[in-house]
Design a protein around this ligand. Structure first.
Ligand SMILES: CC(=O)SCCNC(=O)CCNC(=O)[C@H](O)C(C)(C)COP(=O)(O)OP(=O)(O)OC[C@H]1O[C@@H](n2cnc3c(N)ncnc32)[C@H](O)[C@@H]1OP(=O)(O)O
Ligand SMILES: O=C([O-])CC(=O)C(=O)O
Length: 377
């Protein structure tokens, strides 16, 4: 049956889902019906991950069990650390993360994705171990030993501890946890769709997550958070922002961290992230990058008048991570650490009524061409 071709599948539903919803006209994002602003104000990343994965907020005892399970699965096998040691230290951390996650699956080879108990433990391991892999790689590439997790530290606190060998200020852990909540899920984005296609072949969840990590890396998707800070540093000072934006738009270059397939207003996550920037700066002093970013947003609003192109989630997140001393090339791995719960929620949902993804194409090539032997070409 012929259908209209929609480049980039824009507006084409790829699944029926009850995990999250975006109202792109009004700038509303809900996870399982709860607004992200409310989750940031009242929940934690781990509780939000449970909500996404299992469809509702946990009871007290469920939350204790989930937290204990994740906490006790943070360690990674020394052979994963050996694998990371073999990778080129100048390589991108997203590639190291993807390789390590794919390799994790070799240690936990349960192939039966219909086994609900096995699936629970796969979700626990992936949520628990991604931060350990990211922190281990961040240290190993500089010749430092990885720092093992500490069970008495919360999810975000422990990540900072594994990265820096010291627990963060409580405010930093709180703000970082909110960043993870904001990045945890976002309907049928490119990396979730990638994971869903992989899931539909009944591949194991480590392969699903490894394929999603690959899609997240690109600069049109999660990789934009790194590009934004590169751009802000290149601009340098707020007074140069307008000229930069004029030049970029004049030469049809995209502003990184702006625009979205679904949002036709400012991404609500960008607004929350700005609030987090302000809380952080109140305690730790301002960031010149933030002043440049505000000016870029102002200039873009003037120059793009009439076009629905506003800051997205990637615009302000890196400014927070940069202020916390995290290297720019770790920003997209931080996104993956958070988004793994969304990817896995979609994996579990897909398995409930799986149908292999196998879309069609419109063939635009030739037919019946003669084969010309090499000697005659
Ligand atoms: C977590 C995330 O993935 S959020 C997105 C992160 N990505 C980025 O920030 C990269 C920059 N942004 C973009 O490339 C795009 O906005 C996307 C890929 C996110 C979504 O875009 P799409 O829905 O595919 O729209 P598309 O790229 O076709 O753009 C439509 C129009 O808006 C313009 N536009 C879109 N984004 C931008 C931008 N960031 N800067 C300038 N112009 C833009 C395009 O040039 C195009 O203009 P035209 O109609 O005059 O040719
Ligand atoms: O929804 C999208 O296309 C991209 C996005 O914002 C996300 O994945 O968080």
């Amino acid at each position: 049956m012929p259908h209209d071709f929609m480049p980039g599948l824009a507006g084409v539903p790829a699944a029926t889902s009850s995990i999250s919803d975006v109202d792109g006209q009004h700038g509303v994002l809900e996870y399982r019906g709860i607004r992200v602003e409310d989750l940031c104000a009242q929940s934690s990343y781990l509780e939000t991950a449970y909500l996404l994965l299992f469809g509702r907020l946990p009871s007290r005892s469920e939350f204790v069990r989930w937290t204990d399970d994740v906490t006790h699965h943070r360690r990674i096998k020394f052979r994963i650390i050996d694998l990371l040691k073999c990778l080129p230290e100048q390589g991108h951390p997203m590639d190291a993360l993807q390789a390590a996650v794919a390799a994790l699956g070799m240690f936990y080879p349960g192939r039966n994705v219909k086994d609900i108990d096995n699936n629970y433990w796969s979700a626990v391991r992936l949520v628990a171990k991604l931060p350990t892999i990211v922190a281990a790689w961040a240290r190993l590439r500089h010749g430092d030993d990885p720092i093992p997790p500490r069970d008495e530290l919360g999810f975000s606190e422990n990540f900072f501890y594994m990265l820096t060998e010291s627990a963060p200020l409580p405010l930093w852990a709180e703000i970082f946890d909110d960043c993870l909540i904001l990045h945890a899920e976002h309907t049928m984005n490119a990396s979730t769709f990638t994971g869903l296609v992989t899931a539909s072949t009944l591949a194991d969840p480590y392969t699903v997550v490894a394929s999603s990590i690959g899609a997240l890396k690109g600069p049109l998707h999660g990789g934009a958070n790194e590009e934004v800070v590169v751009m802000l540093k290149e601009i340098g000072t707020a007074d140069k922002a307008r000229g930069y934006v004029e030049q970029a738009l004049g030469s049809k270059r995209k502003l990184m961290g702006f625009g979205h397939r679904v949002y036709k207003v400012k991404d609500p996550r960008a607004t929350v992230l700005q609030g987090l920037c302000q809380r952080l700066f109140k305690e730790c002093g301002s960031s010149p990058l933030y002043d440049v970013a505000l000016e870029v947003e102002r200039a873009a609003a003037d120059l793009l008048k009439g076009k629905p192109i506003y800051p997205n989630v990637d615009f302000y997140s890196g400014i927070i991570y940069d202020k916390m001393g995290i290297s720019t090339d770790l920003f997209t791995p931080l996104f993956a650490m958070a988004r793994v719960s969304g990817w896995l929620a979609h994996w579990l949902e897909q398995l409930r009524e799986n149908k292999l993804f196998r879309p069609d194409q419109i063939y635009a090539g030739e037919h019946n061409r003669p084969y010309v032997p090499l000697s005659e070409r």
